[in-house]
Design a protein around this ligand. Structure first.
Ligand code: FNR
Length: 353
């Protein structure tokens, strides 16, 4: 019998040929936000390797929304051309190209991991960061609370990014509201101490995320899948939690969001994460069942049977692979063999099957 991992899934007007997704992963290899041949080869290899959906790394909606100066961006029309070329290649391999659009908020302006992941000041090519409140990620860090105009600009930037994503030929759009970046900074009471309509109650803390979903939907075609990545828990006392995640997911479903990409953590440095295989899968299962919405599971899922069991147990609809897909770009081709699924290989590689 065919596995669930290699069975297709249709969301709105798109069918993924299997349930394997390449999780968005920053490459810190862009200049001024522009994609280049690194991104083409990195993403292209994983399309050749058989993934159904490939989600491009957190792509900044504005220059100040980048994590590092080398993040991909989609804040100007000139960014579109190379992305279009990459997407055409991904589509030629019968895979679907997706994009994660993002704003890093207070976690912006740091150097790439291999340059030390250090906060950059203006003399080092860094910039002033913004957040929900003037509370730095680390105590010694300083950030500026967005005013009403600043919030409006963020919403407009996400909307413009969605329009460019359409122009670039992406077929799945994911809004990044996880990992302690700007939208998560508004969601969590640990980083949001606002007293206006964007802070305080649950309804106020989720307001910016909902406004962005609505703005994006004015540009993103209604027949293409729309995902939101959230952190289901801050793993810290008094933080954003699973119950709020389920509530938010139910509201997002009402608004027309198709899938919640369920991750966790990243908001505060004192988080205590219980890391291990499948460590975020129960969050996915609870959100899927609690809000009656499709979910993807991610986080230390590294084996074929492990992924298959998550699907069999109805804990998620899609499985995302991060680091394991960096180790092995042909992970889907290998997993199909392990699960005895006879999938099509790229014709150029057939003699290796
Ligand atoms: C990531 N991750 C990540 N997440 C995200 O939402 N947007 C991003 O741009 C990135 N960037 C990124 C870069 C690199 C190099 C890594 C390793 C990870 C997190 C990633 O998508 C995934 O959720 C985690 O890595 C957990 O899954 P794995 O790696 O255990 O399969």
């Amino acid at each position: 019998m065919a596995s669930l991992l290699f069975s297709p899934l249709t969301i709105k007007n798109r069918t993924f040929k299997n349930r394997i997704v390449i999780s968005p992963m920053c490459q810190y290899s862009a200049e001024d936000g522009f994609a280049n041949n690194w991104h083409l080869v990195h993403l292209g290899s994983r399309a050749v390797g058989g993934a159904g959906l490939i989600i491009q790394e957190a792509t900044a909606v504005s220059p100040e929304g980048r994590i590092s100066p080398e993040d991909l961006g989609i804040w100007k029309d000139e960014h579109v051309q190379k992305l279009k070329e990459i997407n055409a290649f991904i589509l030629s391999q019968n895979a679907i190209p997706g994009i994660q659009i993002a704003h890093a908020g207070r976690k912006a302006s740091v150097s790439a991991p291999w340059k030390g992941n250090k906060k950059l000041d203006k003399t080092q090519g860094g910039w002033q960061t913004v957040s929900a409140s003037a509370i730095g990620y680390h105590d010694e860090e300083q950030t500026t609370a967005l005013d009403q105009n600043g919030i409006q600009k963020v919403v407009t930037d996400f909307k413009a990014a969605a329009k460019r994503a359409v122009d670039a030929g992406f077929q799945v759009l994911e809004i990044h509201a996880a990992h302690g970046y700007l939208l998560h900074q508004f969601l969590s009471p640990l980083s949001n101490e606002r007293t206006d309509k964007y802070g305080g109650s649950f309804e106020n803390r989720i307001r910016l995320t909902l406004e962005i979903v609505e703005a994006v939907q004015t540009e993103w075609p209604l027949d293409l899948p729309l995902f939101v990545r959230i952190s289901a828990s801050d793993w810290a006392e008094g933080g954003w939690n699973l119950q709020e995640s389920i509530q938010l997911a139910a509201i997002l479903k009402q608004k027309g969001v198709d899938l919640i990409d369920v991750s966790s953590g990243g908001l505060v440095s004192h988080q205590k994460i219980a890391v291990g295989p499948n460590y975020q899968v129960s969050f996915s299962e609870n959100i899927k069942k609690g809000a009656d919405i499709k979910t993807s599971a991610v986080g230390l899922i590294t084996e074929a049977q492990q992924a298959e069991t998550i699907l069999q147990e109805n804990q998620a609809d899609l499985i995302m692979f991060g680091r394991e897909s960096l180790r092995n770009p042909n992970l889907p081709l290998d997993f199909a063999a392990l699960l005895n699924d006879d999938i099509q290989w790229p014709k150029q590689y057939e003699r290796a099957k």
